[in-house]
Design a protein around this ligand. Structure first.
Ligand SMILES: Cc1cc2nc3c(=O)[nH]c(=O)nc-3n(C[C@H](O)[C@H](O)[C@H](O)COP(=O)(O)OP(=O)(O)OC[C@H]3O[C@@H](n4cnc5c(N)ncnc54)[C@H](O)[C@@H]3O)c2cc1C
Length: 406
């Protein structure tokens, strides 16, 4: 049996590693000159390989098409991955939120293992971009350069569309369509949100808030940390929101920041009055700055037409009310998602309805498999997306090994 794997990212390389346990003749095509280019930048180079939570919690963290993953996670979950790495000499450590990293803090450690663990049955063709895949008489003709090779099975592991400089340029979608599969619309996820009229001087300013996305009376709220960029907001809480928004909801929507979400309105009034009692001669800008960054404090006062040098003793109850209302509902109109090039993950891809969830084989095309980010499935940050790549790769490799005995 001859198998082609197209793509040497986390999914393709893990699939090749599992197939190394067999004697199946495998050729892995990778367009970059080396494997795992995107993998090396994951987790800021530390690579959050997985998340050690139980399957139910894992599924809760899958933002799109979660049910599709039940079978594959049952085949090979995050505990299996950690054990597999440990048995092969790659130790890991667990950090906040069950996030797992290599003990060395280096994605390179895992890459070196995945590269060196490939068996003699795997031929690695790096610097080799697959241009087309044709099916004829139940076999697959893989075309690259000026030549082609024919295989009994082909595994498409070409990733999504984000960070195209790492090689993920959506080729797998083209292959899928040309082989008769449906591909759902793609869009960025786990990314920044572009906003209208963000003051220029906010760029680089971090904040902690309850961030509420609103569209047509629908609300998605996430508490946590964010950061103003040159064009909008980013950071973990913002990324989470982008994975919960549906594509059509992004238009005509707003983002509201509640900087004082830990306090009720009444508690805020109490805190303001206490500060004023204790600091009657200080300026109102100092009062507001006690609760938010000075840049936000100045912007709020400017917009409310309150002189920032007004002494606290002279701040009226009405002004207190206006300032607190602003601090609890600091609103921006949404322009859209950040460009997909810069997103962490792609939403959309090969329609999961056409794929066998236990094996990753296309239901109507024997020998055609899709694994990793090329599939229409994506999850929150925290190691879930790499685990999806590893689990789907495992299920696919096991099925190929079983079918080689049939
Ligand atoms: C900045 C960043 C940080 C991230 N951090 C994390 C993290 O810490 N934890 C986590 O779980 N997830 C993280 N992710 C997501 C994670 O990187 C992806 O889920 C994962 O890489 C998907 O693996 P994949 O193998 O499916 O695709 P990819 O890693 O994209 O690999 C696809 C491979 O296919 C190759 N290829 C494409 N087309 C062709 C072709 N025509 N011919 C030959 N080769 C081709 C590409 O060159 C590439 O090497 C991060 C993503 C980004 C962008």
């Amino acid at each position: 049996m001859k198998v082609a794997i197209v793509g040497g990212g986390a999914a393709g390389m893990f699939c090749a590693n599992i197939l190394s346990e067999s004697s199946i003749n495998v050729t892995l095509f990778e367009k970059n000159n080396d494997t795992l280019k995107k993998f090396l930048v994951t987790g800021n180079g530390r690579c959050n390989v997985t998340n050690l939570c139980d399957i139910d919690e894992f599924i809760d963290n899958v933002s799109h098409n979660s049910k599709f993953l039940f079978a594959t996670l049952n085949n090979f979950d995050s505990f299996d991955l950690v054990e597999y790495l440990r048995k092969n000499g790659v130790t890991t450590k667990i950090e906040k939120g069950n996030r797992v990293f290599p003990s060395t803090n280096k994605a390179m450690t895992v890459k070196q293992f995945l590269d060196s663990n490939l068996g003699d049955n795997i031929t690695l063709k790096t610097g080799c971009e697959v241009k087309k895949i044709l099916r004829s008489n139940g076999k697959y003709k893989v075309m690259f350069g000026a030549t082609s090779q024919t295989f009994d099975a082909v595994v498409i592991a070409t990733g999504g569309l984000s960070y195209p400089t790492t090689g993920s340029t959506g080729d797998g979608y083209k292959f899928a369509k040309s082989l008769g599969l449906e591909v759902t619309d793609t869009r960025p996820s786990l990314c920044a949100i572009r906003l209208i009229n963000v003051p220029k001087n906010f760029e680089g300013t971090p904040f902690k808030a309850r961030i509420t996305f609103e569209n047509n009376n629908k609300e998605i709220a996430v508490k946590g940390e964010g950061l103003f960029t040159g064009f909008g907001i980013s950071g973990p809480a913002v990324h989470k929101i982008t994975s919960l928004i549906k594509e059509h909801e992004i238009g005509l929507s707003t983002i509201s920041l509640d900087f004082l979400y830990k306090k009720t309105y009444e508690q805020c009034v109490e805190s303001f009055k206490e500060y004023i009692r204790e600091n009657p001669k200080k300026f109102v800008v100092h009062l507001v700055n006690k609760f938010v960054n000075i840049k936000f404090a100045k912007d709020i006062l400017f917009n409310l037409d309150i002189n920032e040098k007004l002494q606290c003793a002279n701040v009226s109850n009405n002004q207190i009310q206006q300032i607190i209302n602003k601090l609890k509902d600091y609103k921006f109109e949404v322009l859209g998602f950040e460009d997909i090039n810069k997103a962490t993950i792609t939403r959309g891809g090969v329609d999961c309805k056409q794929i066998n969830p236990s094996t990753m084989e296309a239901k109507k095309s024997k020998g055609l498999y899709f694994i990793g980010e090329v599939l229409d499935v994506d999850a929150q940050s925290g190691g879930f997306n790499l685990q999806i790549a590893f689990s789907t790769a495992y299920s696919c490799a096991r099925d190929i090994i079983h079918s080689s005995f049939r």
